[in-house]
Write a protein that binds this ligand. Sequence first.
Ligand code: LLP
Length: 442
Amino acid sequence: MAGEDAARFGGPPCSPEIAAKMPDSRLMTAPTFDGVDLIELAQRFGTPLQVYSAGDVRRRVQSLTRALHGLDALICYAVKANSSHALLKLVAALGAGADIVSGGELERSLRAGIPGERIVFSGVGKTAEEIRTALRAGVGRFNVESADELECLSGVARELGTVACAAVRINPDVDANTHAKISTGRAENKFGVSIDEARSWFAQARDFTHVALNGLHVHIGSQILSLEPFRQALQVVDGFRRELESSGHAISSIDVGGGLGVSYRAAQDSPPDVADYVAVIREALRDFHGRIVLEPGRWLVAEAGILLTRVIRIKQGSERRFLIIDAAMNDLPRPSLYGAWHDIVHVGQASGPVLAYDIVGPVCETGDTFAQARELAECKGGDLLAIKTTGAYSASMASNYNSRPLLAEVMVDGGRHALIRQRQSLDAMIADEVTTPQWISE
Ligand code: LLP
């Protein structure tokens, strides 16, 4: 989507002389995002502030839909990437369903108007209670990850007098070549089951009177920047699908998971094109005539988000120059959790020499570091910066650590803007605590 970056970031980014001397990551972001002035947004709503471009999300859903043309395909947005009500409503209005992993994500999806039959329920730890609620809501498909879960699903469905539609999540033992903490398709990972185990489930399928076991699922990890792991995983799944069909088991749907990567480091990352990704799916599943489910999360929303933050102060340490900003690891945990890189740029004009900064938040941990020795045009207190590619796994992973209220979120759309989550108040942050505990003795 690099060509569309210009559409989102309008106006002249900086003087051509300065731009010519700077690599991408030191460039300034133009002061507008999807037609809205970022400097004004920061003044109106304060910082740190998450801003999402509805236009970008819309373009991505549409381009994925176009790439899937002619296939019986359903895009089930992975809610964990960003569970904002406004974003869920946006993707739902474009026809997408949801991939959920908890009762909370089910509730959010239903409230955003996503019908149960467009929801797939994944995850290794579904409780009987969550399964019950999901069956009552008419959830279309359960991606089952263990024998115990299959029994639980069968028991709850029997109790409710219904039949659950289920798919086996296959662990294909394929290396997704991504960060170890977000790799899910190796045999040593907790996700899915081996082909051998899945084969034995299908052998007993007729005994499960309240489960229709008729689907396959695979998801090998996230932020995958090469198509080869997808190809390998789908070949394993399709080989098994053929084996099952030839022994009389009808497979009506294959869920290919999510995982397509995005660009966090403009100067270096080159994620696959979405049309090439879909071509891999088409090729691997060319003999399969049922429904194909996709669960993209990051690819749909990550690059549509930026985090606006102000410089609180500069601190010259004895060894390093620290740029202390008002966003922290509680707002955007990815750098502290995975050592993740996010491009960080000035918003609007910046002049002065390029300096190397350790960019850190106010939280009392050394891990509260967004970047080390990052080169930026000289900064001063009050400067506005944008941390890029924060639409996914940022607000949805935020916490109140250090008693920092959850930040505000704004959606922008072709020159309009709307507050979609107000900044959490201190009262709301502590509201659920019991201030005078009532001690009870047995
Ligand atoms: N389907 C399943 C079953 C998943 O577990 C996930 C992500 C997805 C779909 C969506 O994957 P995506 O298209 O977004 O790559 N917090 C980490 C990412 C964790 C991903 C967890 N599962 C990060 O910030 O990089």
